[in-house]
Design a protein around this ligand. Structure first.
Ligand code: NAD
Ligand code: PRE
Length: 319
């Protein structure tokens, strides 16, 4: 493939940034890739693994002369990074981010973007429970969605960023930020909170049953533990910045849960059966539509979730 951006600067060198770098390298999409991470260990890992050509101790140094800047840090750090890099951005450069929440990132970053710089927020709907520079792999974005919330950005700059995301294997969709945050509250944020809660409940119980909960856990609960192993900083920031949408979905979830609880208490089998029939049809609809994200060719099969992906390094979790 042809080079889309001559110089790309990655701010944050964790799972998403390192995966982008591997994908861009493998598919020849970037001329030069430079990076910045807070920790010297992460910067050293990026050089050792070869996914960055150069690393810098400050974000301001890293963005100098870059045609594309990718903010790949926890959402809560975006404002400080944007304030730091704003004065150092090349005129005409594109700045994007990969944050899991969009409206809060726009509010934090946009005020710091100088005129002539194209800010195009984005979010790859792809990830794992691992973090850090050693956790990335080139196929992370294959056949996954990459949502952009350009809202009035220059059409040419958006087309170029779209080409990069597609070059990395993703399917690109544009939507507005508020809609994004509501959809992701349903499909990603609230499910993570539920997984965290369920694992917490089991952990409390484990003390009573002396490790039986883990010993006899089946696939469903193991998937919960995988999700609940995700980075605490990232998820703290997601819930603090997508507060309204998450609380809205959590409220609806609680109402449904109470209805099911009541049906169990009253022995209302018809209610339970009708409910489970409806949810089963939804799952089958997802599979028929070819959107089963458990499918192995999406790079995160259910077996692979429990251990390292074949051919990938999973040593991660450094800052
Ligand atoms: N992990 C996922 O599944 C996933 C999926 C899609 C999007 N995202 C989003 O992508 C972003 C990055 O997530 P990740 O999974 O790559 O995280 P990660 O923990 O693997 O990497 C985060 C990186 O940010 C750096 N960092 C943290 N604070 C910093 C600071 N103050 N200054 C400079 N660097 C700093 C860390 O050193 C690390 O290199 C987050 O905003 C997250 O919401 C994550
Ligand atoms: O597979 C996982 O580990 C994920 O949870 C990835 C996941 C998701 O919820 O789908 C998590 C957060 C993101 O912002 C995007 C993707």
């Amino acid at each position: 493939m042809a080079v889309i951006y001559e110089k790309v600067a990655l701010i944050g060198l964790g799972l998403i940034a390192s995966s982008m770098a591997h994908a861009m390298r493998q598919r020849g999409l970037a001329g030069q890739i430079v990076g910045h991470a807070k920790s010297a260990e992460s910067r050293a890992a990026a050089l050792e693994l070869g996914f960055c050509d150069a690393v810098f101790a400050t974000a301001a140094q890293a963005v100098a002369g870059a045609d594309l800047v990718v903010l790949a840090v926890p959402v809560g750090v975006m404002a400080a990074i944007a304030a730091e890099i704003g004065p150092h951005l090349k005129p005409g450069a594109t700045v994007t981010d990969v944050g899991s929440v969009k409206q809060a990132v726009i509010d934090m970053v946009a005020p710091h973007m100088p005129a002539g710089v194209h800010f195009i927020p984005g979010h790859p709907i792809a990830g794992t429970e691992h973090s850090g520079p050693r956790s990335g792999f080139a196929t992370l974005f294959d056949n996954r969605w990459w949502l952009l919330t350009p809202e009035g950005a220059d059409a040419g700059a958006v087309a170029r960023l779209r080409a990069l995301c597609e070059g990395m294997g993703a399917n690109v969709e544009e939507m507005d930020a508020a809609h994004h945050d509501l959809v992701l509250a349903v499909t990603s944020h609230t499910p993570h909170l539920i997984a965290y809660t369920m694992v917490g409940v089991a952990d409390d119980l484990r003390r009573v049953t002396d490790s039986e909960v883990i010993k006899y856990s089946a696939a469903g609960f193991r998937d919960f533990t995988r999700i609940a192993a995700s980075d605490p900083t990232m998820w703290r920031d997601v819930f603090l910045t997508n507060k309204d949408a998450t609380l809205e979905i959590l409220g609806r979830f609680t109402e449904e849960l109470f209805a099911l609880q009541r049906a169990i208490r009253k022995g209302d089998g018809a209610h339970l059966h009708a409910y489970f029939t409806r949810t089963r049809a939804i799952r089958r609809g997802i599979i028929e539509a070819g959107q089963d994200t458990d499918a192995p060719d999406f790079g995160r099969g259910s077996g692979a979730k429990l251990g390292p992906k074949p051919g990938t390094k999973q040593g991660g979790d450094a800052a």
